[in-house]
Design a protein around this ligand. Structure first.
Ligand code: SAH
Ligand code: MG
Length: 199
């Protein structure tokens, strides 16, 4: 039986759009799947599953990829479980229902994808850095945060957004000053950073 993967992907995207689930944009996920292929990445840790879209897309990019992904929202976790089952990826995607900052993992990963609370990137990075393989990479999404990160703070009316922007800037500064990694930024989707560990 040939399964209509494309149709199932479109259904997940439609659900995300209707329910305001902030899944990765097309150019972001394209970049990441190409990156996975180029660097022969096999083991991935993702912080922020939402409904499983990016985890599924990363798995579909190569049969050798496996993903451990963490989600703290119960409804999204349940939806992700359903979606992963639909694609028959239960053996390759391990879903953890928890606050990522409340747990510690032991395994090592070739790639860590941070796509959860935008103000907590630094905490996630520090919390899971010991899980990164020696030549591993960390990709963080939403580094531009709707373009706000590049604006003057005075131009941003919302206090909450200003506070988020400050945290994202502090994260960027942390990455730029971190001599253990080389970080590049890409204006794809909502902006991503790619931090490669120096060997
Ligand atoms: N990576 C997904 C989108 C993730 S959206 C995709 O592209 O398909 C961000 C998700 O991170 C939300 O569902 C939110 O509930 C989750 N999240 C935020 N903070 C978290 C935390 N501390 N631990 C685990 N999940 C978290
Ligand atoms: Mg995102």
């Amino acid at each position: 039986m040939v399964k209509d993967i494309y149709k199932d992907i479109m259904e997940i995207k439609k659900f995300a759009l209707e329910k305001n689930v902030p899944i990765m944009q097309d150019d972001t996920i394209d970049f990441i799947t190409n990156y996975i292929a180029q660097r022969n990445i096999k083991k991935i840790l993702e912080i922020g599953t939402a409904i499983g879209y990016s985890a599924i897309m990363m798995c579909l990019s190569s049969p050798e990829v496996s993903v451990v992904t963490i989600e703290k929202d119960k409804d999204r976790y349940i939806e992700a479980l359903k979606n992963i089952k639909k694609f028959g990826l239960e053996n390759r995607i391990t879903l953890i229902y928890n606050d990522a900052l409340e747990i510690k993992l032991n395994n090592k990963y070739d790639l860590i994808v941070i796509d959860a609370a935008k103000g907590k990137n630094l905490e996630f990075f520090k919390s899971f850095e010991h899980n990164l393989e020696i030549n591993g990479s960390v990709i963080t999404d939403n580094i531009n945060f709707h373009g706000y990160v590049k604006k003057n703070l005075e131009e941003i009316p919302s206090k909450n957004i200003r506070s988020l922007v400050k945290k994202i800037r502090a994260y960027i500064e942390f990455l730029d000053n971190n001599t253990f990694y080389i970080t590049k930024y890409y204006d794809l989707g909502d902006g991503i950073s790619v931090s490669e560990r120096r060997i």
